[in-house]
Design a protein around this ligand. Structure first.
Ligand code: T3D
Length: 259
C-alpha cells in the first residue's frame, strides 16, 4: 500500500488497518483526507489478502467530522458531500468484507456518520459520539439519517440529531449504536481479538450478510425470503461452507480461507 499524507494504512494477518492521522485537529476530515480515505478503501477492497478492515484515529479522537477551518472555502455543501463523503460511505457499506470502527475517542459529525456506516463498532469507555451537525446549524449527513433511526428508532434518532448532545459509551451500548465497549487500557488488546476473529472467518458469508441486511431494509418479507433462498444457494457452494460442514462431521474446528 502506498504512503498517504493524512492517513496511514497497514496490512497484515488478514487485517487492513486504516488510521486517520491529523491528531492536531482531532482527525478533522479535510479535502485531502477524504480523497486519501477513498483511495485506501478502494485498494483494501481489491486486496484479497485483506479479510477485515479497521478504521480508527490517531491521538485522542476518532474524528471530529468536517474540517471546519477548511469549510469556509466550500462552494457547495451538496458537491462536497457527493464528491467527498458519500463515496466513502458507499465504499464502506459496499466492501465485501467486514469493516470495523475502532472508536478510540470522540466521533463527531461526519466522523460519527463514518463510524455508523461500519459493520461493527468498538468504543473505549471514555469515548463520546456527537451528532455535532446541529450545533453549527447543519443537518446530519454522510448516512446518519439512514443509520440512526434504524439503530435506535425515530424518537431517539430525532433527539440525538436535534439536540446534538454527547452520547457516552454506556448510552451508545445501551441504545445498540455500538457493539462493544472496553476500558481504555484494554481497548487495543480486546479489539485485536475481535479483528483477528473477523479476519479468520468466512469472508464471503460476512459479505453476503452485509448485502442481505441492507436489502431487508427496503424489501418485503416475501422478497426477503426469496433473496435469502438465492443467497443461501450461493453461500452453500463456497469452499468455506463446504470446509465447515466437513469439519463439523470430523469434530474439528473449521479453517476458513475466505473463499
Ligand atoms: O459538505 C460538507 O463538507 C459539510 C459536511 C459536514 C459534516 C460535518 O461533519 S459537520 C460537523 C463538524 N464537526 C463539528 O462541528 C465538531 C467540531 N469540534 C468540536 O465540537 C470539538 O472539537 C469536539 C467536541 C469534537 C472535541 O472537543 P475538545 O474540547 O475535546 O477539543 P477542542 O479543543 O475543541 O479541539 C482540539 C483541537 O482540534 C482544536 O484546535 P487548536 O485550538 O488546538 O488549534 C480545534 O480547533 C480542533 N478541531 C476540533 N474539531 C475540529 C477542529 N478543527 C477543524 N475542524 C474540526 N471539525
Amino acid at each position: 500500500m502506498r504512503d498517504f499524507e493524512t492517513i496511514s494504512v497497514e496490512i497484515g494477518e488478514g487485517i487492513g488497518r486504516l488510521t486517520m492521522n491529523r491528531p492536531d485537529s482531532l482527525n478533522a476530515l479535510n479535502d485531502k483526507m477524504t480523497t486519501d480515505i477513498q483511495i485506501a478503501l478502494k485498494e483494501l477492497s481489491a486486496d484479497r489478502s485483506v479479510r477485515c478492515v479497521s478504521i480508527t484515529g490517531s491521538g485522542r479522537a476518532f474524528s471530529s467530522g468536517q474540517d471546519l477551518k477548511e469549510a469556509s472555502q466550500l462552494k457547495s455543501f451538496a458537491d462536497s458531500l457527493r464528491k467527498r463523503y458519500n463515496p466513502i460511505i458507499k465504499l464502506v457499506t459496499g466492501m465485501e468484507k467486514p469493516v470495523i470502527a475502532l472508536v478510540n475517542g470522540v466521533a463527531a459529525g461526519a466522523g460519527m456518520s463514518l463510524a455508523l456506516s461500519c459493520d461493527y463498532r468498538i468504543m473505549t469507555s471514555s469515548s463520546k459520539l456527537i451528532q455535532a451537525f446541529v450545533r453549527i446549524g447543519l443537518v446530519p449527513d454522510s448516512g446518519s439519517t439512514f443509520f440512526l433511526p434504524r439503530f435506535v428508532g425515530y424518537a431517539k434518532a430525532f433527539e440525538l440529531a436535534a439536540l446534538g448532545e454527547e452520547i457516552s459509551s454506556e448510552e451508545a451500548l445501551r441504545l445498540g449504536i455500538v457493539n462493544r465497549v472496553f476500558p481504555d487500557n484494554k481497548f487495543v488488546a480486546e479489539s485485536e481479538k475481535i479483528l483477528a476473529r473477523f479476519a479468520s472467518g468466512p469472508t464471503k458469508a460476512y459479505s453476503t450478510i452485509k448485502k442481505m441486511l441492507r436489502h431487508s431494509a427496503v424489501y418485503s418479507l416475501e422478497q426477503t425470503l426469496e433473496y435469502e433462498a438465492y443467497m443461501q444457494e450461493i453461500s452453500g457452494r463456497t469452499e468455506d461452507a463446504k470446509e465447515a460442514t466437513q469439519a463439523f462431521i470430523e469434530k474439528r474446528p473449521p479453517v476458513f480461507r475466505g473463499n
